[in-house]
Design a protein around this ligand. Structure first.
Ligand code: ATP
Ligand code: MG
Length: 370
């Protein structure tokens, strides 16, 4: 898939511009705070309908403005598609259209761009708490696995209801009524998470070895509910139900739901005798390499689920890697069949990918010079 045109209106500090995006992609070069990350944020917004940096929609509207609008034209083998997103600050209204039509639900509007974004901030997936790793899984699976995003919304809703029931003055009777719904949605999440982590485990180790120059690492799913013996989603649900029933008295005492996929974890460990957890023992470079491997797996997931090459967005990712690592990551991304690449760098010399073919664009104070 390729982005052929991008129209920006009052998004962050970016000038309102209509840009034709080159077939092979581009390298956007500019000093700090000129709008490079904002540019990628605008493109990636069309895929997820939110900021990859976790900013609220109202923060994306240009200062002293009321509405931002971003429109992207995507080309694939079967034709073109136009994805438009707008947000109004005063009315707190988001509007999304795909080829001019407003989808029934916002969840139908995500995942139309097939982009993967590499950012130095990705290291948080490895370094920070388990919530970051669940968030990563939830985003990848929501965008690429049918039914996941609905199950996630349902799980969060039911969990909220159950926790509210646990906090009520006399909770015993009302708590159980939520168990069926919680089990159904939760089993879908656990089953999909396990399938993804396990089916991608080999790819993870391969990417980690490729980027690190031969070092070994592995990923594994550590569900909060023991589901080793459960083979299908029904059995995962049975295990979850049993765990919920067993935990009921402690849930009542602690007034919150203590078991379930909201407490899942994914572990990354350096292989070797000691199986060191990367989060606890990994160096900065090792953590970054795990994060890169995860984004490469995300690109594979998009390729497998949607049947086309993802657009690769890279926000100043070479800055933090040693020469060997950045060279090897380039080789991985820059394979013959590789798709469009849109990357940013503070200096010309930091552009290390497809140096001969990527057109150079520059940006200063939000204005792009193509
Ligand atoms: P760096 O190389 O340091 O990462 P960058 O080019 O990626 O820099 P951006 O993160 O894109 O820079 O941000 C550029 C500027 O955008 C910042 O100075 C910030 O103040 C400004 N900015 C952020 N949000 C808004 C907004 N809603 N309206 C106007 N300007 C904004
Ligand atoms: Mg930046």
């Amino acid at each position: 898939m390729r982005l052929t045109a991008l129209s920006l209106r009052r998004f962050r500090n970016l000038a309102s511009q209509d840009l034709a995006i080159p077939r092979e992609g581009l390298a956007l070069v500019g000093e700090n705070a000129q709008g490079k990350s904002n540019f990628l944020e605008a493109i990636y917004y069309l895929e997820t309908l939110r900021s990859f940096r976790g900013a609220r929609d109202d923060q994306l509207v240009g200062f002293d403005e009321d509405v931002f609008r971003v429109v992207g034209t995507l080309a694939e083998e079967t034709g073109t598609r136009e994805v438009a997103a707008a947000y109004q600050r005063t009315g707190r209204k988001k509007k999304v259209t795909i080829d001019g039509e407003e989808p029934d639900r916002l969840t139908d509007a995500i995942g139309h761009v097939a982009a993967v974004l590499f950012s130095p901030a990705d290291v948080a997936i490895v370094s920070e708490g388990p919530a970051e790793r669940r968030r990563f899984l939830d985003i990848v699976l929501s965008l690429n696995v049918d039914g996941y995003v609905e199950a996630l919304a349902e799980y969060r809703h039911v969990l909220g209801q159950r926790n509210a029931a646990l906090k009520a003055p006399r909770p015993n009777r009302t708590v159980r009524v939520w168990n069926d719904l919680l089990v159904e949605a939760g089993a879908t999440l656990m089953h999909a998470r396990r399938s993804w982590v396990e089916s991608r485990a080999e790819g993870f180790s391969r990417y980690y070895a490729d980027v690190s120059g031969g070092q070994a690492a592995a990923q594994s799913y550590r569900p909060n509910v023991q589901i080793d013996q459960a083979s299908d989603v029904g059995e995962v649900g049975d295990a979850f139900r049993a765990a919920l029933e067993e935990a009921e008295s402690s849930d009542l005492r602690l007034r919150t739901t203590t078991v379930g996929p909201h407490r899942d974890e994914v572990r990354f460990h350096l292989d070797g005798e000691r199986e060191l957890d990367v989060r606890e023992y990994g160096s900065g470079g090792q953590r970054r390499t795990v994060a890169l491997a995860l984004r490469l797996l995300e690109a594979d997931t998009i390729r497998d689920a949607r049947g086309h090459e993802p657009i690769v967005l890279m926000d100043d990712v070479f800055a933090e890697l040693d020469e060997g690592r950045s060279e090897r990551i380039m080789e991985l991304i820059d394979r013959d069949d590789a798709g469009q690449v849109i990357l940013t760098a503070p200096k010309e010399s930091d552009v290390k990918l497809r140096t001969d073919v990527l057109p150079r664009w520059s940006i200063a104070a939000g204005r792009i010079d193509a």
